[in-house]
Design a protein around this ligand. Structure first.
Ligand SMILES: Cc1cc2nc3c(=O)[nH]c(=O)nc-3n(C[C@H](O)[C@H](O)[C@H](O)COP(=O)(O)O)c2cc1C
Length: 328
C-alpha cells in the first residue's frame, strides 16, 4: 500500500472512531470445544422480531474460521471496569479464558461474569463485507445485569459520567465565638464541623454553607481560608474557612461551642475534618495560625501568615485594578 493509501486508511479509521460505542467480547467454542473469543465494538442490535443482532469479525483474526463456521456464538457487553477483559480479548494470549470468571450458558457458550448484558445466539446469516464479515445471529437467550457499560471512543476506553465520582466543592467553617469552636452533632452522635452542600462552583458552595447555617440559626461571617484539600474517597474538594459566629439568642439544638484545646472525645472520624480541628487546637495553644493546602493526594503544607484582612476590589469588573492599577 502506498503512502497516500495508508494515510487515507488512517484518516478513515480515525473518523470511524469518532462514533462512541460499547465494547463486547464475542465468544464461541472451537472445533475442539475450547472457548474462544475476541473483542469487538462492531456490535449492533438489528431486529426485535425476530430478535437479531450483528457483529463483524475481521478476516485476519486467528479465530476467523471458528466464528465464520460456528453454529452458535455469544456476545458479552462489557461493563465499566472490565477494561482489562477487553484488552485481554484484543491481544494475542494463548488462553484468553485462563483466570477469567466465566460460565457456560446455552449451547455451552462462554458467558463472561460481570458483563452488563449477554446474548446467546444461533447463526442467522453471514454476509461477506470487505476485510470483515457481517455475522448476524438470532438471539436464543439474553440477560442484563443493569451494570453501567464500558465505552470506547477515539481509541480510548471511557466511562459514562454517571459512573464517575460526582465531584464538587464543599465549604466548611471553623466558626468561633469568644474563642470557642462551633460543632454540630451528627445523626451517629459524633461532633463535626459545620459543612455545606456539594456544589460545582466555589461561590455556590460558600453561599450554600452560609445559608444553611443562617437557616439553622447560627449565622457566620467567613473570614479567611484555613484548610484546602481533596477528599479522594468522597470525590469532593473541601474548603474550610475561619469564620465568626454572629450574635445569637440560642444555638440550634444540635450545635454547641467547645474550647479548641478541649474538644469532645466523640469527635468525627472524618480524617480531613479531624485534622482541621486538631491542628486548630495546636495552633491555638501556640498562638500562631497557618493555612493548609494539599497537593493532590500527597501531603500538603501549612503556610503561616500575619493576621488581618482588607477589602479587595471586584477583580471581574471592567474598572478592576488589574487595568486601573494596584489599590494603595
Ligand atoms: C475496542 C476494540 C474493538 C474491536 N472491534 C473489533 C471488531 O468489531 N471486529 C474485529 O474483527 N476485531 C475487533 N477488534 C480487534 C480484535 O479484538 C483483535 O484484533 C483480535 O482479538 C485479535 O486476536 P485474534 O487474531 O486472536 O482474534 C477490536 C479491538 C478493540 C480493542
Amino acid at each position: 500500500m502506498d503512502e497516500a493509501a495508508l494515510a487515507r486508511k488512517k484518516a478513515l479509521r480515525q473518523a470511524f472512531s469518532a462514533f462512541a460505542t460499547g465494547v463486547t467480547v464475542v465468544t464461541a467454542r472451537d472445533a475442539g470445544g475450547r472457548p474462544v473469543g475476541f473483542t469487538a465494538n462492531s456490535f449492533t442490535s438489528v431486529s426485535l422480531d425476530p430478535p437479531l443482532l450483528l457483529v463483524c469479525p475481521g478476516k485476519t483474526s486467528s479465530n476467523f474460521a471458528t466464528f465464520s463456521m460456528a453454529d452458535h456464538f455469544a456476545v458479552n457487553i462489557l461493563s465499566a471496569g472490565q477494561q482489562e477483559v477487553s484488552h485481554r480479548f484484543a491481544t494475542p494470549v494463548t488462553n484468553r479464558f485462563a483466570g477469567l470468571a466465566w460460565h457456560a450458558g446455552p449451547e455451552g457458550l462462554p458467558l463472561i461474569d460481570g458483563a452488563a448484558a449477554t446474548f446467546a445466539c444461533v447463526r442467522h446469516q453471514l454476509v461477506d463485507a470487505g476485510d470483515h464479515v457481517i455475522l448476524i445471529g438470532e438471539v436464543l437467550d439474553s440477560m442484563t445485569t443493569g451494570a453501567e457499560p464500558l465505552v470506547f471512543s477515539r481509541g480510548r476506553y471511557r466511562e459514562l459520567a454517571s459512573t464517575m465520582p460526582e465531584g464538587g466543592i464543599r465549604v466548611g467553617v471553623v466558626a468561633l465565638h469568644e474563642g470557642r469552636v462551633l460543632l454540630r452533632r451528627t445523626a451517629e452522635g459524633t461532633w463535626e464541623l459545620p459543612l455545606g452542600p456539594v456544589q460545582p462552583l466555589f461561590g455556590h458552595a460558600r453561599n450554600g454553607c452560609e445559608t444553611e447555617l443562617a437557616k439553622a440559626g447560627a449565622a457566620v461571617t467567613i473570614t479567611h481560608p484555613y484548610s484546602i484539600y481533596d477528599d479522594g474517597e468522597k470525590g469532593e474538594s473541601r474548603f474550610f474557612f475561619m469564620a465568626e459566629l454572629e450574635p445569637f439568642a440560642a444555638l440550634p439544638a444540635d450545635m454547641a461551642l467547645f474550647a479548641p484545646d478541649d474538644l469532645p472525645p466523640d469527635l468525627t472520624r472524618d480524617p480531613g475534618m479531624r485534622d482541621v480541628l486538631l491542628r486548630h487546637g495546636r495552633e491555638h495553644r501556640k498562638g500562631r495560625y497557618g493555612v493548609y493546602v494539599a497537593r493532590g493526594q500527597a501531603p500538603g503544607s501549612v503556610s503561616h501568615m500575619t493576621g488581618g484582612s482588607e477589602r479587595w476590589p471586584d477583580i471581574f469588573q471592567p474598572d478592576s485594578y488589574l487595568r486601573e492599577g494596584m489599590p494603595k
